[in-house]
Design a binder for this molecule. Structure first.
Ligand code: ATP
Ligand code: MG
Length: 427
C-alpha cells in the first residue's frame, strides 16, 4: 500500500518533475524500497521545484526509513556507486549517471547540545521533518509526486515567508547557524515583512554566531551574497545586530545594491569586497579572511579587491591594457566593476570597457633575469631594478618594443649607470 499524505490538501504537484521521473531516480527508489521501507525526496529539490516546475537539479536529497548499513549493503550489492560520506550521521552518497543523491536515514533528536545533536534513527517522516530548520525546507515527496507538507511550507514558500519549524529561540539554541540560514533563505525567497518572532530570536541569540566554525559561516554567507535579495537580508542583519558578529565594520549595503544593479555578474567575493572596501585596513581584512576560512587564493583575491587602486573606467584603452598586464584580466575586470560603482558610472560604460578589451591578451615581456646575468649584471637588487626599468619602458611604449629593442634599452641604461658612476668617482 502506498503511503497517503498525512497533511491536508494532499496533491501531487511534483508528479511531473523531471528529476522524479528520471530513470536514475526510479532505479534508486526501487532499490531503497525493495524490502518495503519507504524513501522520499526532501529539502531543496522539493522546495525549488514547487516554484519552478521545469527545474532539474543534479544534486538531490533523499530520506529513507532504511538503516544506513543496510542502504550501503543493498545498494552496493546491486552495483550502485555508493560512497559512505557520513555513515555515522546516516548519510551515504550515491552517484547514478550524472546525478548525485545524498541518502539519509530518518532521524529524531533525543538530546541537543549546540550543534552536536544526539540523534537516533527513526522511520517516522514527520519526526524527521520536525528536525529541519524552516517550513519551506521540511517538505518531502514520494515516488508518485505526493507532497508531504507537515508545517505549511508550500504556502509559506509562495508567500515568501521564512518560518522556523517550531519555536525560533529553541531552534536557534540547538544550532546557531540557523540565524544565518534564516537570512540566507530570506535573501533567496523572502518577501517583507519578515517574521517578527524569528527576527527577535536572531537578535537575542546573535552572540551564538561567535561559537560557529568559519567554514559553516562562510558557506551560508556565500549563498546569502549570491541570492537576489542579499541587500534586504543584510539590512535586516544590521538592524538585528547580527551583521556585527560577522563583519568587522558596518557593511555598506547601499554600495552592494549598486553593484548588483550595475554588475550583477560579480561573484560573491566581489560582493563581499564592496561591503567593506575603504573601511577596513589590511590587518582587519586578513582577520576577516581567516574568520571565513578563505583558501589562500581567495584571501589573496579579497586583499587585492580591497587594496589595489581602482582603474579609472574613463581612461584610454592603452592605459587599461597596462592595468590588465599588471593585474591580470580577472582582477582588472572585478576592480573595474567596483570602480563603476564608486564613481557612480553606468552599466553601458562598464560593458563598453569589458567588450573593448575582451580580445586583448597581455603580451609576454621579452626579457628575463637570465638576459641580465648573461650581460654580466650580478644577481641582486640592482638586477631587479634594471629589469623593472626596462619593463616599465616597454609597457609605456604600448608593449611594442621587441626583444632586440629591449636589449638595446638595457644597454642604454647600463651605459647611463656607468657614466654616472664615473662622474661620481671623479667628483
Ligand atoms: P540549497 O539549494 O541552497 O543547497 P538546501 O535546502 O539544499 O538549499 P542545505 O543547506 O543543502 O540547503 O540543506 C539541505 C536540507 O537539510 C535543508 O533543506 C534542511 O531541510 C536541512 N538542513 C540543513 N542544515 C540544517 C540546519 N542547520 N538545521 C536544520 N536543518 C538543516
Ligand atoms: Mg543543498
Amino acid at each position: 500500500m502506498s503511503p497517503k499524505p498525512t497533511c491536508a490538501g494532499a496533491e501531487r504537484p511534483l508528479a511531473g518533475a523531471r528529476w522524479l521521473r528520471a530513470p536514475e531516480s526510479r532505479a534508486l527508489l526501487d532499490a531503497l524500497e525493495a524490502e518495503g521501507k519507504k524513501a522520499r525526496f526532501v529539502g531543496g529539490c522539493v522546495r525549488d521545484t514547487l516554484l519552478d516546475p521545469e527545474l532539474d537539479p543534479e544534486d538531490l536529497d533523499l530520506a529513507t526509513q532504511e538503516r544506513p548499513e543496510r542502504v550501503l549493503e543493498r545498494l552496493g550489492s546491486l552495483g550502485f556507486h555508493v560512497i559512505p560520506t557520513g555513515l555515522k550521521h546516516g548519510t551515504v552518497t550515491v552517484i547514478v549517471g550524472r546525478r548525485r543523491f545524498e541518502v539519509t536515514t530518518l532521524r529524531r533528536d533525543v538530546a541537543c547540545f549546540g550543534r552536536h545533536a544526539e540523534v537516533e534513527f527513526s522511520d517516522d517522516f514527520e519526526e524527521d521533518a520536525a528536525r529541519r530548520d524552516f517550513t519551506i525546507n521540511a517538505m518531502s515527496c514520494d515516488r508518485e509526486g505526493y507532497l508531504f507538507d507537515y508545517f505549511g511550507g508550500k504556502q509559506d514558500l509562495f508567500e515568501g515567508k521564512i518560518r522556523f519549524v517550531g519555536d525560533p529561540e529553541q531552534r536557534i539554541r540547538e544550532d546557531f547557524l540557523r540565524i544565518l540560514r534564516f537570512f540566507r533563505f530570506y535573501a533567496r525567497f523572502g518577501r517583507s515583512p519578515p517574521d517578527p518572532g524569528a527576527l527577535a530570536a536572531c537578535r537575542a541569540l546573535a552572540f551564538g554566531l561567535d561559537r560557529l566554525s568559519g567554514e559553516r559561516i562562510r558557506g551560508e554567507l556565500e549563498r546569502l551574497l549570491r541570492a537576489p535579495g542579499a541587500v534586504a537580508a543584510l539590512r535586516l542583519m544590521r538592524e538585528t545586530e547580527v551583521a556585527a558578529r560577522i563583519f568587522p565594520i558596518a557593511p555598506d549595503w547601499e554600495r552592494l545594491q549598486e553593484l548588483l544593479r550595475l554588475a550583477p555578474e560579480a561573484d560573491w567575493l566581489v560582493r563581499l569586497a564592496v561591503l567593506v572596501r575603504g573601511r577596513i585596513d589590511e590587518t582587519r581584512a586578513r582577520a576577516l579572511a581567516l574568520r571565513l576560512r578563505l583558501s589562500n587564493r581567495e584571501r589573496e583575491r579579497l586583499l587585492a579587491l580591497l587594496a589595489v587602486d581602482l582603474p579609472d573606467p574613463r581612461a584610454p584603452r592603452a592605459v587599461h591594457e597596462r592595468w590588465i598586464y599588471r593585474l591580470g584580466r580577472a582582477l582588472w575586470a572585478d576592480l573595474l566593476r567596483i570602480a563603476v560603482v564608486e564613481q557612480a558610472e553606468d552599466r553601458a560604460l562598464l560593458e563598453a570597457r569589458l567588450n573593448e578589451l575582451e580580445g586583448f591578451t597581455p603580451p609576454v615581456f621579452p626579457l628575463s633575469g637570465k638576459d641580465l646575468l648573461a650581460r654580466g649584471v650580478p644577481s641582486g637588487p640592482r638586477l631587479g631594478r634594471l629589469l623593472e626599468a626596462v619593463r616599465s619602458w616597454w609597457e609605456a611604449e604600448g608593449f611594442r618594443p621587441d626583444r632586440a629593442a629591449c636589449l638595446a634599452r638595457l644597454e642604454a641604461l647600463l651605459k647611463a649607470e656607468d657614466a654616472a658612476a664615473q662622474r661620481q668617482a671623479k667628483g
